[in-house]
Write a protein that binds this ligand. Structure first.
Ligand code: IPD
Ligand code: CA
Ligand code: CA
Ligand code: CA
Length: 261
């Protein structure tokens, strides 16, 4: 007989601790000297704290779930993930690195577990406010210990909309029309914080070009609350690639589809 497998509920308890530890690490080191490196260009940064956090998270995940695969942003995960079979943990050690460096605010630690391609556990820690948004499939979404209600199903004209900088500056006529139709436009620079605001009903929608680690946790939490998480033209999302994603109320998603079609 093999060893008893750890249950999803137990993984959930442990993953919450791991995310909080990484958040604590970022919080403590935020005011200290750390190294900032450029990745692809001067607007794309990584710090030694991103790397530390990713190693801290991945090392602990490997202890509690040794047979899983880990897909993570800064290179300490598994090199090649070509399928989503079994347990796949998806890690964003600091989401909103630019905000971490420049603002000491509006950044998050994000983690998700997908089982055979379906989102099962999701965590977004708003580090500065000490709020951990977490959910287990079928069990609802919580902020710390408090259950979150499904947000009101508002339409685009009654909703604030967030978009990332690249899309806002793209000049795409459909995106411009969508932005003009919304009651207001916001840009926070952290996919995690922006998805928290859709989940809690402060935003009606978030549109962004997202990599797997930017989206995995927010998608789990948003879908658990009955929100739409789709590619902007209504197609479903491939977790392993970059997607132009819409996270929105059902009504905003319908309103946007009308503008695009
Ligand atoms: C970025 C942030 C940003 C979004 C980018 C992401 P990172 O994540 O979420 O808001 O516009 O697409 O890459 O690099 O700070 O983890
Ligand atoms: Ca990054
Ligand atoms: Ca990110
Ligand atoms: Ca990151």
């Amino acid at each position: 007989m093999g060893e008893k497998m750890i249950s999803i509920k137990e993984l959930d308890q442990q993953a919450q601790q791991i995310v909080r530890q990484a958040g604590q690490n970022a919080f403590e080191k935020m005011g200290e000297d750390y190294q900032v490196d450029i990745k692809t260009n001067y607007t794309d940064l990584v710090t030694t704290i991103d790397r530390e956090n990713e190693q801290l998270i991945n090392n602990q995940l490997r202890k509690i779930d040794p047979d899983s695969q880990i897909l993570s942003e800064e290179g300490f995960g598994d090199r090649q993930i070509t399928n989503m079979q079994g347990h796949v943990w998806i890690v964003d050690p600091i989401d909103g690195t630019m905000n971490f460096v420049k603002q000491h605010n509006n950044f998050a630690v994000m983690l998700a577990l997908y089982v055979d391609g379906s989102p099962v556990l999701g965590y977004i820690l708003d580090v500065i406010n000490g709020r951990l948004y977490h959910g287990r499939r079928g069990d609802g979404v919580y902020v710390n210990d408090k259950k979150i209600n499904q947000p009101a199903n508002l339409g685009l004209r009654e909703s604030l909309l967030a978009m990332n900088r690249t899309l806002t500056l793209s000049g795409n006529p459909s995106l411009k029309e969508i932005a003009q139709e919304a009651i207001g436009l916001r840009m926070y620079g952290s996919a995690g914080i922006e998805m928290i605001d859709v989940i809690t009903g402060q935003l009606g929608a978030y549109i962004s070009n997202l990599k797997p680690w930017d989206l995995a946790a927010g998608r789990m939490l948003a879908e658990e609350l009955g929100l739409v998480v789709k590619s902007i033209d209504g197609r479903s999302i491939n977790v392993l690639s970059s997607n132009l994603v819409l996270v929105a109320t059902r009504q905003v998603s319908r309103d946007i589809r009308q503008i695009i079609n």
